[in-house]
Design a protein around this ligand. Sequence first.
Ligand code: PAF
Length: 280
Amino acid sequence: MRIVHTIAELRQALASCRHPAFVPTMGNLHDGHLALVQLARPLGDVTVVSIFVNRLQFLPHEDFDSYPRTWEADCARLRDGGCDLLFAPRERELYPRPQTFRLQPDPALADLLEGQFRPGFFGGVGTVVLKLFACVLGQTGGTAVFGKKDYQQLMVIREMVQQFALPIEIVAAETSRAADGLALSSRNAYLNPDERREAVALPQALQRLAQRWLDAPAQGPALEQQALDALRARGWQPDYLSVRRRADLQTATAGDAPGTLVALGAARLGGTRLIDNLEF
Ligand code: PAF
């Protein structure tokens, strides 16, 4: 695995490639990231991973400074996991001056759910992903792999690629889960042992919500409220638990067909905010 830190080195390393397969990350890699790399490998002639903790997608009170940076372990995992080229720009490389040109995603998609609780988040994500795409895939186009765990992020990026006619295919990977069902996430590392045992209540709440919705779709809003109350009673602070249409993340109604919906949730357990979703 070759490691490059500058855009010039990256472009040179990719000069003879025809179709890179790219997995952008913020590091602190776990098996979920490795699954993205495995999915990417047959999709291109070179597998590129980026590690960059993107300041633009953190709110001032969020964990940008404390976000786990595990460089040596990440490199070892990527080496074993089949990454060919690791792009790890320093902040000054990607943002040599203030990034005053930014992506402004459609508020109809980006201001819902995560966007309501993390205003500006998808603008920050979109800006860095567009820039990473320019660096990694700008010479050739290619394929980029994103996890479904960040469901709304995946939708924003798909829409960005489509609306800007970028020559990039977006491939979605199923969420990797621990044996008990908890979605793998870098932020799981913040959970203490009691919280880790409790954390599976989030995917369970989404499963219950989806099942109840299928049984009684007309009661949708009441079911969402019950799901929120049940998590609160266990000591969580939920931001949202909601059934949406997969096509546009608008609120689902009783007329929406099974197989077209997704239950999404975000909730804080102690100091850790977890998100998850379930298509149904
Ligand atoms: O999902 C992530 O890890 C980040 O949001 C991404 C896509 C790497 C952009 O910083």
